[in-house]
Design a protein around this ligand. Structure first.
Ligand SMILES: NC(=O)c1ccc[n+]([C@@H]2O[C@H](COP(=O)([O-])OP(=O)(O)OC[C@H]3O[C@@H](n4cnc5c(N)ncnc54)[C@H](O)[C@@H]3O)[C@@H](O)[C@H]2O)c1
Length: 437
């Protein structure tokens, strides 16, 4: 059976590779010819090593290929998964233009197909989008009726970059929102070999589940930041405090790490989008507004710790380690490195930055700062260093790197280092929720 995936990005390629590994024939469609070429040569257009390894195997076997011809690919498939981007517009609303174009192509294919093709929204879209925006595009463009002539489902994706394939092959839950029973049954049987818990819902609930999940994660991160900010002012290390909070099974230990805030392509945009969506219904979510404000301000906490330790930042050389939105990825979408470095520059600091994988992507965002080609080069002569992303190699910072600094002050913006190791290596360790007031 053939499955078509529209949008060869993180979600599209993780979905395509997952279904390829489950034994289906997969066609990935993208409007970007470079991406299509890259996928057909078994190379990912982003850094995600385990996914790339499996992609290469499937392409070699001939069970996964990419194309720019979405109409032909959908016509020859039983399922069409929509995995295009839904980025924020300046208002916070999501930009549905990529989804509109993708669904326009699907509608053309539906028009000439005799099969009952199931269209599955995997892109994150605010509640009612699938029913009130996507469905009319499909119905008008095809002249057919959803739920009778073709299927329509909403199947949110919960993968995390850095573990995309594992999360996609072993999801924490499979949410199947469907317009009609038949398309829901068909989608559920497609996932038959994956043994994760599943939940059947309507389209709107499936859309909301994704937003409720991501706003909860954003809340957990902001809560940790708030506890850490309070702890440091009370002379308490937040680490054992948050660890103890997470020992309560009602809370759980994950996402309870303080830092410079949440970034990436999902959490900030999903919080903004849900806030905007409910405002359309006359509801002002004070919680979501506060979350966004707290997150905007959190990078300042790292700058404050640094200033308290070394004084005025004017003309001081500050090393920023980690530019991706988190360690282990090369994605710089909404990375906290931007407000952090902007804040340092506003204080007239001289910033030198380094990231093992995300440098090329980041240079496009901030072309005029100084970049180093290694951790050592970055730290050489620095008056202070801020860790912005938790790359494993930063955890190995030791005497060699610290002795290169002019003043050995390390601000751990992700609480990923061991304070004792830094101190033994001659450094002064400060972290979000740890150290100076
Ligand atoms: N990245 C994540 O970690 C993640 C996790 C869960 C959910 N999501 C959601 O999944 C969706 C996709 O995210 P992503 O990170 O994979 O995006 P992405 O930007 O990495 O990839 C989107 C791809 O779609 C392609 N595209 C755009 N319009 C197209 C069209 N008309 N036809 C064919 N291809 C088209 C783009 O060229 C791009 O390659 C978003 O709604 C996002 O919020 C993302």
């Amino acid at each position: 059976m053939r499955i078509c995936v529209i949008g060869a990005g993180f979600v599209g390629l993780a979905t395509g590779v997952t279904f390829g590994k489950l034994g289906y024939e997969v066609v990935c469609c993208d409007i970007d010819k470079g991406r299509v070429k890259s996928v057909n040569s078994g190379t990912l257009p982003f850094y995600e090593p385990p996914l790339e390894k499996e992609l290469r195997i499937l392409v070699k076997k001939g069970s996964l290929a990419a194309t720019v011809d979405t109409v032909a690919a959908v016509k020859a498939s039983k399922f069409a998964f929509v995995c295009v981007q839904t980025p924020s517009l300046p208002s916070g609303r999501i930009d549905l233009r990529p989804a509109k174009t993708a669904c326009g192509s699907i509608a053309k294919a539906l028009k000439y197909s005799r099969d009952y093709i199931v269209v599955v929204m995997k892109s994150t879209v605010v509640p009612s989008t699938t029913d009130l925006f996507i469905r009319p595009i499909l119905e008008k463009g095809s002249g057919k009726t959803a739920g009778r002539d073709f299927g329509l489902c909403m199947n949110p994706e919960f993968l995390q970059e850095g573990s995309a394939l594992k999360d996609s092959m072993e999801p924490t839950r499979i949410i199947i929102g469907s317009l009609d029973r038949r398309s829901g049954d068909m989608l559920e049987s497609l996932y038959a070999k994956i043994k994760s818990p599943r939940l059947r819902t309507d389209l709107r609930s499936a859309e909301m589940i994704k937003y409720a999940s991501n706003t909860f994660l954003a809340t957990k991160i902001s809560y940790s930041n708030e506890v850490a900010n309070m702890c440091v002012r009370l002379g308490i290390d937040s680490e054992p405090v948050l660890k103890a909070v997470g020992m309560d099974p009602r809370v759980g230990p994950l996402f309870l790490k303080p830092g410079v805030g949440f970034g990436g392509s999902c959490l900030p945009k999903d919080v903004r989008a849900l806030k905007d969506r409910v405002r359309l219904e006359g509801y002002e979510s004070r919680m979501l507004s506060t979350l966004l404000k707290m997150n905007d301000e959190q990078p300042r906490e790292a700058i404050r710790l640094l200033e308290n330790a070394i004084g005025d930042l004017g003309n001081k050389r500050i090393a920023v380690l980690g530019l991706a939105f988190k360690g282990g990825v090369d994605d710089v979408r909404e990375t906290r490195a931007v407000p952090l470095i902007t804040g340092l520059l506003a204080k007239r600091a001289r910033v030198v930055a380094y990231d093992p994988m995300a440098m090329q992507n980041f240079i496009r965002l901030m072309p005029t700062i100084e970049y180093a080609s290694s951790v050592s080069e970055c730290m050489k002569g620095a008056d202070g260093c801020i860790i912005q992303a938790d790359w494993p190699q930063f955890r190995k910072l030791g005497k060699k790197e610290i002795s290169l600094m002019r003043a050995p002050v390390i601000v751990d913006g992700r609480r990923c280092l061991d304070p004792a190791t830094i101190k033994r290596a001659g450094g002064k360790y400060l972290g979000i929720g740890y150290g100076l007031q």
